[in-house]
Design a binder for this molecule. Sequence first.
Ligand code: FES
Length: 117
Amino acid sequence: MSIKDKKNIIICICEDVSLEEIERVIEEGYTNLEEIKRSLRCGMGPCQGRTCLTLIARIVSSKTGRPMSQMKFPTVRPPIRPVPLAVFATSKLKNKLERPETESNKARAYSRASKRM
Ligand code: FES
């Protein structure tokens, strides 16, 4: 495979990182997924690495000979999947906040609170 081809093979589509760039940082000595993530930003896009990190791990594995079972994947932080803000805006929480304060609502809230004690 020529160098020109490797430039055109995009491994991280969110951050537009090519196979050539990943192989270059591996040759520079970055063989840990966390280091590669920090140097190229792959895994920091909207998919949070769900698309690219496994591919990058395989590239590192093939370049270094280290088995996939020894690859340490970066920490995943919530939300696990992208959540549109509209979901939060229309959630039950919003409905609770907008519920008018009536005597029956107060009684239900008091009843729930006293059951917890
Ligand atoms: S493809 Fe790499 S972060 Fe989404």
